[in-house]
Design a protein around this ligand. Sequence first.
Ligand code: SF4
Length: 287
Amino acid sequence: MKQSFYDLNHSDLEMVLNQNDLNQSAAAILFNWHYKKKENAQCYEKIAKNSLVFFQNNFDFSLPKIDTVHESKDRTVKFLFKLKDNHKIETVLIPFHNKYSICLSSQVGCAMNCSFCSTGRQGLKRNLTTSEIVGQFLKAWRWLAKNRPGEERILNIVFMGQGEPLHNFDAVKKACEIFISKHGTSIGIQKITISTAGYIPGLKRWSQEIPGVNLALSLHSPFEEKRNELMPINKIYPLDEVLTYVDMIPLNKKQFITYEYLLIKDLNDSPDDAKKLATILADKVPI
Ligand code: SF4
């Protein structure tokens, strides 16, 4: 089976060209064609014929297929993508002033098993590849270009769809590298946010390997016992440890951490929950 072109970041592409005695300048041209111009046709810009033939023969340029599209009255667009092995994943375009944020999935199913989440109840089926992550973005962009011309501006990327992104770190990291590449979509690093349930091994890699990408930490309860019930990962990485670790991470200029809280009636919405939450977040609110 051919490797997907969309699994390569810019340096991978340069390395492939180098290893095959091809001109490295083709990397920037191909990246520009497929990510900046977002073309799906074969690249016909100034590129050596032997490089073009090499990529045609050795790489797969296909992307996940759109299975269904659901448009809401508020112009939110929900895509169900069908992957090559027939698994399905969701992607959402969230509008703001004729621009969009995109919510990407990172896994089929999820190992975190949060009690309020239908994806969690499926268990982890598999990780998405980088091409399947980047493919959600490219296909959603092309859908906008065709169906809402002039509005194909996806300015924010949030990894808040199916899966725990930090549990599929390598593929998510490479997708971020492709998104921020100046040869490609050139999305500002501060426009990307990764959501986590508090998976500490992934948090460590996030802080070291993709500094600048924002974090959204799902809390859902300030109490360890209640959080154990809602988010079983808390039994392995308790909230207290996660918050201590996150507090120690030096943030870049314009980088931020948000704390997410899903209000569930009669479960985590009491005055005691609110008071405890206020206590643990007291030193985290910007003045
Ligand atoms: S981490 Fe996210 S996707 Fe996974 S089970 Fe929890 S809420 Fe669902």
